[in-house]
Design a protein around this ligand. Structure first.
Ligand SMILES: [Zn+2]
Length: 398
């Protein structure tokens, strides 16, 4: 008898070979933030496998089946959270905190993956700083006049071609999880910083602990190659030649922020590195059960809701909403509309199940009896909107 050959994976965080797969979804929608002009195209959009591997050595979680060629980050990519007051307030507070903490007054600020430059403009105005952003999806027609006045955006990936731009701080928010080789990416930034040891690196990524510990299972999406915990992110920066100054959970535990600067002393060889390990390993063992439990509960709940109500709507046309609808296989015939505050999403269709995206005001016409909120952090904001619209639906949290 020939033993079955187990394929071994090489961890993109530490190059270790002890990675094991602990979660599989073979029909995940490839695009979570691409909008569709018609329902048929949305339903026919491609699907691919997510198989999450865990590296016990550096704690990194990543999709071992990720195929970058399936994705195309073009201009139709729409994931701005800027239209939520809650998110806007978070971004403003974060910019002020960074400016005060690192004395960023009349300094040079770089943001990698700056989107339409909104956060960069906040950093620029909070300390009269000079801001330069890099993002190939930047669209000048969508940038606000304030942003255009305050900062410069280069519509390219940040690379060795841009060493002429000095930086007292390099910011990078919600980007690293999309990078197929995060270690290589951080090492290239470390190299670009050179001997300017006072340069601060500020990174923000989704928090995998929110998925594992707080059962935020709707955050597992194809567009994310890696899923970081505070431990694995710290390990990664350490290995890339940085000294981590602070790492913490933000935004109701949904994000991790990390501040680092270049390490002055040469690091030990990889085999001597003391990896930070801990809680995630235990949660990994539990995850399959937690995932099954939560999806089963929702299937039951939805069956009951359908018996009770004729008009059910979803609030949140981002990745959580798409994953929720696709995982639970909720047809547009059962739930035809998804509400979102981002005006660039309105009138378009949701990947996979083909729901139409509508503005909050549309609910006055539809009068939902039940409303399922995709992100609990916006609960107060949404309840307030519902009160203003004089609507009274049963509100549930996904
Ligand atoms: Zn690893």
């Amino acid at each position: 008898m020939v033993a079955e050959v187990q394929k071994t994976f090489r961890c993109p965080g530490c190059l270790g070979r002890d990675v094991f797969v602990f979660f599989e979804n073979h029909h995940a929608p490839v695009f979570c933030n691409v909008l569709w002009e018609d329902r048929q195209a949305a339903i026919a959009s491609p699907r691919a496998a997510i198989r999450l591997g865990f590296c016990p050595r550096c704690q990194l979680i990543y999709n071992v089946d990720f195929d970058a060629s399936l994705l195309d980050y073009s201009k139709q990519y729409e994931n701005s959270l800027h239209y939520s007051n809650h998110f806007q307030k978070y971004a403003e507070d974060l910019a002020c905190r960074l400016v005060k903490r690192h004395h960023l007054y009349n300094k040079d600020v770089i943001e990698i993956g700056c989107g339409q430059g909104d956060f960069l403009a906040l950093l620029a105005s909070a300390g009269e700083n000079r801001g330069v952003g890099f993002d190939p999806s930047f669209d000048l027609t969508r940038a606000s006049t304030t942003t255009q006045r305050l900062v410069k955006v280069v519509p390219e990936f940040y690379s060795v071609d841009h060493t002429e731009y000095p930086a007292d701080i390099i910011c990078c928010r919600q980007v690293l999880e999309h990078v197929i080789s995060p270690l290589k990416f951080l090492k290239s930034i470390r190299k670009l910083i050179g001997e300017r040891y006072e340069t601060i690196a500020f990174f923000e990524v989704p928090n995998a602990m929110y998925t594992l510990r707080d059962k935020g299972i709707w955050d597992i999406i194809y567009e994310h190659c890696s899923y970081f915990t505070p431990q694995s992110l710290t390990n990664l920066f350490f290995r890339a030649g940085f000294e981590v100054m602070e790492v913490g959970e933000q935004y109701g535990g949904q994000f991790i922020t990390l501040e680092a600067r270049p390490a002055r002393v040469k690091r030990k060889t990889p085999s001597n590195i003391k990896w930070i390990t801990g809680e995630p390993a235990n949660l990994i063992d539990e995850f399959r059960r937690i995932y099954h439990e939560k999806t089963s509960q929702w299937n039951l709940l939805l069956a009951n809701l359908k018996k009770q109500y004729h008009r059910i709507a979803i609030w949140g046309a981002g990745s959580k909403g798409i994953t929720f609808l696709n995982t639970l296989n909720i047809s547009h015939k059962t739930v035809p509309y998804v509400v979102d505050v981002n005006p660039f999403k309105h009138g378009r269709y949701l990947t996979g199940m083909g729901q139409k995206i509508v503005p909050p005001i549309f609910l006055q016409q539809y009068i939902p009896q039940a409303l399922i909120l995709m992100n609990p952090i916006y609960q107060e904001e949404i309840r307030e909107t519902m009160r203003k619209l004089d609507l009274n639906a049963e509100i549930l949290l996904a």
